[in-house]
Design a protein around this ligand. Sequence first.
Ligand code: HEC
Ligand code: HEC
Length: 277
Amino acid sequence: MDRRKAMKVAAGAIAAGGAGLLTLTTAFKPEKQPLPEPHNLEYNPAESSWKYFHLDPSATAQLAYDRYSEGSCMYATIFSVVSQLADKFGEPFASFPIHMFKYGHGGIGGFGSVCGALNGAAALIGLLITDKSVQDRMITDLFQWYEKEPLPKFSPAKPSVDHAPVKSISNSVLCHASNTNWCKESGFHVNSNERKERCRRLTGDMAQKVTASLNDIFTNTYVTNTHSNEDVNTCVACHGTEGKLKNTSVKMSCNSCHSESIGHKIFGDVHYKFMKD
Ligand code: HEC
Ligand code: HEC
């Protein structure tokens, strides 16, 4: 047999073997957990001096947008809600140290980690919701919405810059990924006024979204699991605390950081099948 023919035979054997291996591994696929269905989230608030009353989500978005320049994304998100509650109730909201949340800009002090608008929305939930498991559920819903939603959507009454930013999908809760994906989509630099306008409008979006969530939870109309991530559900079936590996406690979109290696694709299922629980 000449060399070229031998190569062809070998390649054919590898391809056939590979196909066999793939069929074999499919037989070892573990049961996928069904995605959690959207359902009404029950909440019985405990006694608290941090009260809430129905806020207009659009007006709150505009307020966040207007105050953005004073302290950026996290500050503006918190200001938009706390200042309205201070107007209505006075103390303790009137003494609430809103200035503290300037730290959250640019993914915490410019570090590029969690988006400040998200951090601000989560802090509001922490301030106003007395039950920790309800807090966690609401924060997850908000974060999973942010990962998937083309943003920014908010359109201000009086824009600070004459520029309507394009929308982009972050697939991540990180300031870095969210901003850099937007730069890729729009062609603007990260330090441009257009990018700042993008984050300013996105802060309006988050203020609007968290206000709507708070309105719903306090009127018992909150529906949870509306943006569950199917990929995350697949990965945590093995890697999460319910699976055998138990080495991750994550709800972030896995594929924003990990791409499945070929080895993992082919051997992950078989390896898993024979692992001890
Ligand atoms: C069928 C169960 C199963 C599923 C589903 C699964 N994995 Fe794994 N994964 C494994 C096993 C088994 C290993 C090897 C673990 C070891 O040896 O400690 C592994 C290892 C890994 C590793 C480290 C080594 C490598 O190959 O890169 C990463 C990262 C990883 N998985 C990410 C993911 C992601 C992301 C998903 C979802 C797309 C996922 N896994 C879904 C079973 C699974
Ligand atoms: C924001 C980025 C990010 C996201 C999102 C993320 N990971 Fe990771 N993951 C990492 C980093 C960084 C490490 C550490 C890797 C290292 O040091 O080699 C890691 C490590 C791992 C490992 C161990 C790898 C090894 O070599 O043994 C597994 C398994 C894993 N991640 C699974 C997941 C799963 C499942 C999800 C989604 C539910 C997820 N990760 C989401 C960044 C991320």
